[in-house]
Write a protein that binds this ligand. Structure first.
Ligand SMILES: Nc1ncnc2c1ncn2[C@@H]1O[C@H](COP(=O)(O)OP(=O)(O)OP(=O)(O)O)[C@@H](O)[C@H]1O
Ligand SMILES: [Mg+2]
Length: 306
């Protein structure tokens, strides 16, 4: 029997846990099984990994391959385990040495032609890796900028499986700059100066911002309620480092792009006909945050049409 291992991260909502991926190759009828409560997307990892491995000219063992995801009781969802599964298998086959794998967390989805695709929830996953003391993370090249938001961890970007194999064999990684990822300029596009008059309502908005109070605006259509509410985040102080990481992590789980740490309080204005799921979020396993979570540390604007 040959054994290999690698580490990845399991996400339940925003909670991230290190998941150990173990691969055993034993003699038996050639097939591949994934155990450890995988969902459908994860179960299909074996087809993606098999095709990608063929693309780099390496063989898939004609034996019984068991992929175990530990802790076995934690339900796993998503496609970001592909890189860890393929690396653990290559380690079991002695195609790559286990040395570098032992200190790395791998995150990324494989395309059939071996390209590495971006994944949802990368930021909370890299935060978990850093918290658990892993010194290296290997992530999709497109998401290097997002991973680098976390300090104290070395980020290596890979754009295809061939590059990953090279890195694991000790080659110098390709350097990916987070292109166009300069932190967004701190211009607040909306400003209280746009509001003409409405002195009482303005005062109420300022009191709400200063004290962190709820605010109820009532008035005829077109009187400026939305205009005023949109300007509330601009009156709030900038997010601190910890708050910025939380807000950015929620955006990451939603699959919204991150150009840098979100430093301005968010404004979330769901449509008045939005469903309960759109408001509070949900979904099984890899839950999707809703409008309420997207307003975390910022402003949730709910409006009612009569
Ligand atoms: N006090 C104001 N100063 C400057 N522009 C204003 C003011 N009030 C309204 N406007 C203009 O009218 C537009 C409509 O205002 P807004 O959407 O805020 O109204 P509302 O009270 O939210 O209406 P509704 O009840 O239909 O949602 C604004 O985009 C803005 O251009
Ligand atoms: Mg309005």
């Amino acid at each position: 029997m040959r054994l290999g291992g690698a580490a990845s991260v399991g996400l339940v909502g925003l909670e991230a846990t290190i998941v150990e991926v173990e691969v055993a190759v034993v003699s038996g009828l050639p097939r591949t099984v994934i155990v450890g409560l995988p969902d459908a997307a994860l179960n299909e990892a074996r087809e993606r990994c098999r095709a990608a491995i063929a693309q780099v000219g390496l063989p898939w063992p004609a034996q019984l391959v068991t992929v175990n995801l530990s802790p076995a009781t934690l339900p796993k969802a998503g496609s970001h385990y592909d890189l860890a599964i393929v690396s653990a298998l290559l380690s079991a086959m002695e195609e790559v040495p286990p040395g570098r794998l032992a200190q790395s967390v791998l995150l990324g989805e494989l395309a059939l032609d071996g390209r590495v695709r971006p994944v949802r929830g990368l930021l909370p996953a890299v935060l978990a890796a850093a918290r658990e003391g892993y010194g290296h993370v290997i992530v999709p090249a497109d998401q290097v900028g997002e991973a680098r938001l976390v300090e104290d961890v070395e980020v290596v970007g890979v754009s295809c499986l061939a590059e990953l194999v090279g890195v694991l064999r000790g080659a110098a990684p390709v350097v990916y700059e987070a292109e166009g990822r300069t932190p967004p300029p701190e211009v607040r596009s909306v400003d209280m100066a746009d509001v003409a008059g409405q002195l009482e309502a303005r005062w109420a908005v300022e009191v709400a911002a200063a004290g962190g109070h709820h605010l109820f605006l009532k008035g005829p259509p077109g009187v400026g309620k939305t205009l005023l509410a949109e300007r509330l985040p601009g009156l709030l102080p900038e997010l601190g480092q910890a708050e910025a990481l939380e807000v950015s992590a929620i955006r990451s789980v939603c699959g919204l792009g991150l150009d840098g740490l979100v430093s301005v309080p968010p404004f979330s204005a769901p449509h008045h006909s939005a469903s309960v799921a759109a408001l509070v979020g949900g979904g099984s396993r890899m839950a999707m945050p809703g409008a309420v979570s997207l307003a975390h540390h910022g402003v949730l604007f709910l409006y009612k049409v009569r």
